[in-house]
Design a protein around this ligand. Structure first.
Ligand code: HEM
Length: 113
């Protein structure tokens, strides 16, 4: 397995992650109303900035979640699916970084929301 090194890798990761998210019994409902054709590239841009230093994301991801009323188990499930998608498709420094950063951001988000 390869590491996450290009924008295509990031987009691939996020697309596979959302394949799981939208079908998930616990948190799938949060994603039902979204236009995934625009949402997925935004999330990919966010991760491309973190993982491969590619500028492009211009949003406020913290406020994007404020109205969703997310609970601790929702965050746990989100992280479980994100980490599973990474581990199924990639390995290496950036894959590990994605796991670390997602846990850190989820923790920060939880404490702010
Ligand atoms: C319980 C966990 C989570 C749920 C259910 C969730 C759900 C959502 C939803 C529904 C949106 C769309 C908001 C909108 O456009 O109105 C969104 C946006 C987003 N989420 Fe999450 N999220 C969760 C956790 C996270 C975490 C931990 C991260 C990052 C580590 C993250 C990254 C993003 C990004 C980058 C966006 C795009 C914001 C933008 O459009 O600029 N999410 N999320």
């Amino acid at each position: 397995m390869k590491d996450i090194t290009t924008y295509e890798d990031v987009l691939n990761l996020i697309t596979r992650f959302y394949d799981k998210l939208i079908l998930d019994e616990q948190i799938g409902h949060f994603f039902q109303e979204l236009n995934l054709n625009t949402h997925i590239p935004r999330v990919a841009d966010f991760w491309a900035f973190i993982l491969i230093d590619q500028p492009g994301y211009s949003g406020n991801m913290m406020t994007a979640h404020a109205k969703l009323h997310l609970s601790e188990p929702d965050f746990e499930r989100w992280l479980q699916l994100f980490h599973a998608t990474i581990n199924e498709n990639f390995e290496g420094t950036k894959a590990n970084l994605a796991i670390e950063r997602s846990s850190l951001i989820a923790w920060t988000m939880k404490s702010k929301l």
